[in-house]
Design a protein around this ligand. Structure first.
Ligand SMILES: Nc1ncnc2c1ncn2[C@@H]1O[C@H](COP(=O)(O)OP(=O)(O)OP(=O)(O)O)[C@@H](O)[C@H]1O
Length: 236
């Protein structure tokens, strides 16, 4: 990706090591991980269960502390960063998880609008308009006022995508977004993610076991035993 080499990476990881447990029970989970992800890339992180994918994703998400090495996200070094700095980074990331984490007491539209609550400068009318627009873009325009318990798994995941993307984050992190879905719904949700991210110029890092969606990636990173074993470019 020659044109990207001159661009600053959105995510840059150097010599990252991570362990769980202490003393004799200490278990290394990530071993000397190095990677760069550039603006606009869709990168899939795959590998066997227990290979460290979620641990790596949560470190990049500023959801756990970096023990050793460097993790730079959107220009901020996370090693040694303060709580305030970590919160600041998290605010700029869109999250999509397997368990969509929608608030059951809020409608689809209210769930999406929640994502804009930190945008104090944005008038309420605009927040509402953007939330509706994003739900329409994910094919949920007919169900704006539905509560999560009356939506199917695929529909909930579409709401979760709308919620993650409505603030136009530079970085979207997704952990098994299709795991709870049948193959058609799974394909649909990743295609929506791909299309919206392309329109917004967002970068996506997506952890999955789902071989049916690998082709949406620009690059596939394969983890084994805590190491990055392969880095395969699908599109130059
Ligand atoms: N909080 C924790 N405390 C102790 N060990 C943990 C913790 N979280 C994860 N582990 C261990 O770290 C290793 C890597 O876990 P991780 O969840 O990162 O793997 P994964 O590749 O995402 O797996 P899967 O595909 O099954 O989700 C596993 O052996 C797991 O048991």
């Amino acid at each position: 990706m020659s044109q990207q080499l001159s661009t600053e990476p959105v995510v840059s990881v150097r010599h990252l090591n991570h362990s769980f447990g202490k003393g004799a029970l200490r278990k290394p989970v990530l071993v000397d991980v190095n990677l760069d992800i550039y603006p606009g890339e869709i990168v899939i992180l795959t590998g066997p269960s227990g290979s460290g994918k979620t641990t790596l994703l949560t470190l990049i998400a500023a959801l756990r502390s970096v023990q050793e090495g460097s993790v730079k996200v959107l220009g901020q070094e996370l090693y040694g960063a303060s709580k305030k700095q970590l919160v600041q980074v998290r605010k700029q990331i869109g999250f999509i998880f397997q368990a969509h984490n929608l608030l059951e007491c809020l409608t689809a539209q209210q769930n999406v609008r929640m994502s804009l609550r930190l945008h104090h400068e944005m008038p309420m009318q605009e927040r509402i308009a953007r939330s509706i627009e994003m739900l329409q873009a994910t094919g949920m325009g007919e169900r704006l006022d539905y509560y999560p318990d009356s939506l199917s798994g695929g529909q909930k995941q579409r709401v979760a995508i709308a919620r993650a993307l409505v603030s136009e984050p530079q970085l979207v992190l997704a952990d098994e977004p299709t795991a709870a879905l049948d193959s058609k719904s799974g394909r649909d949700v990743v295609e929506i993610m791909q299309q919206l991210a392309q329109e917004q110029g967002s970068t996506i890092l997506l952890v999955t076991h789902d071989n049916r969606i690998l082709d949406i990636a620009d690059r596939i990173l394969h983890m084994e035993d805590g190491r990055l074993a392969r880095d395969t470019a699908l599109r130059a």
